[in-house]
Design a protein around this ligand. Structure first.
Ligand SMILES: C[S@@+](CC[C@H](N)C(=O)[O-])C[C@H]1O[C@@H](n2cnc3c(N)ncnc32)[C@H](O)[C@@H]1O
Length: 334
């Protein structure tokens, strides 16, 4: 199934969030992220946001010492860079450890085993080849690295109800991703879990998010109360994972496959299967070390490390591809 690539170069994604219609979704997502990242040591290592957009979620992970923001859209990255500057109040030292990289999520310009924390929110529904993206995540994440993923859930309560009253033809229960419009795919939680299990990830936590997303509820009850219900019932909805958006926290065990996998059942998810070890990632802590981004970049085309950096150009001496550095953005788009 091929979906049309969304064009974030011409679309104002910032406006999508800033028109005040999605405060409930934005805050619900932050609630989930806070739960997933609580207690993590931020004093070292590398945090990577793939498909960071304009940096909407930057303040949720800004305490990590080395941050890399990746997106395919140069427009998004430029806005992200300006946002980050605002969030960090022009603190030049801190700003020097935030990097901006334009690249395709399915072919990343990073060395293997170099990333400690990886986040992707609202992106995989745009990918024609989620498997290539998952392979890349698995390649660049270190053993025991943490992976935070959000995806649109096709088996959500609204779809289930619409299916049972005959307003939706395709079953929300089958594992095949469902296409919404021309550019978006929704996934069954088990489908995503299979991708992760095949690559030796262990799912530590699942959070069902934006469980009360409805224009009618927003109008009648108001965002404030919806958020109150969201915080009260997020755990309940997570146990059956029927929210429209699912956040997963998983840990990669590169050498230790096949243990303790989070098990999904088709219609009902047993919350007791969710492993509760939220300490993963704490063991990663090490004395603060600022990275030099050039040390971990590789050519996204031939995957060789032979890159030569000049003021505004990056040359791959292996495959002869030329990339650029524009306004502090490492541009590996091709
Ligand atoms: C819906 S926005 C989400 C942005 C951000 N994660 C957030 O939640 O606010 C999707 C982002 O994914 C980026 N994107 C889509 N396909 C991509 C790809 N193949 N590689 C890198 N980024 C991609 C888009 O440019 C866009 O900024």
């Amino acid at each position: 199934m091929a979906i049309r690539k969304s064009n974030y170069e011409s679309y104002d994604y910032k406006e999508f969030w800033e028109d005040n219609k999605r405060i409930y979704e934005d805050k619900s997502e932050r609630l989930a992220l806070k739960k997933m990242m609580a207690g993590l040591k931020t004093d070292s290592r590398i945090f990577l946001d793939i498909g960071c957009g304009y940096g909407r979620l930057f303040n949720e992970y800004m305490n990590f010492k080395n941050i890399i923001m990746v997106d395919y859209s140069l427009k998004g990255l430029k806005t992200a860079r300006d946002n980050v500057r605002k969030f960090l109040k022009n603190d030049e030292q801190k700003l020097s450890s935030v990097y901006f990289v334009a690249a395709n999520a399915t072919s990343l310009p990073f060395k293997s085993d170099c990333i400690d924390f990886l986040l992707t929110v609202r992106v995989i529904h745009h990918l024609n080849s989620p498997e290539k993206y998952f392979n890349e995540v698995c390649r660049i994440l270190r053993n025991e690295g943490l992976y935070f993923l959000e995806f649109a859930n096709k088996r959500n309560l609204k779809n289930i109800l619409r299916y049972f009253i005959g307003k939706m033809d395709t079953s929300p229960f089958n594992l095949i991703p469902s296409q919404i419009g021309e550019t978006i795919l929704n996934f069954h939680p088990k489908y995503i879990a299979n991708f992760l299990h095949e690559r030796n990830f262990i799912i530590k936590r699942l959070i069902s998010v934006s469980n009360f997303r409805s224009e009618l509820l927003k109008r009648c009850i108001g965002t404030k109360f919806l958020l109150l219900f969201e915080s009260m019932y997020q755990n309940f909805f997570s146990s059956i994972s029927i929210g429209p958006s699912i956040f997963l926290k998983s840990v990669l065990h590169k050498k230790e496959a096949g243990k303790n996998f989070y098990k999904f059942t088709d219609s009902k998810i047993n919350s007791s299967n969710v492993l509760s070890n939220d300490n993963a990632g704490k063991s990663l802590s090490k004395k603060y070390l600022k990275i030099n981004i050039c040390d971990i970049l590789i050519c996204p085309c031939c995957k060789k490390e032979n890159l030569l950096f000049e003021k505004s150009k990056i040359f791959c001496t292996s495959c002869k591809k030329i990339f650029s550095i524009e306004d502090g953005i490492y541009n590996f788009k091709n």
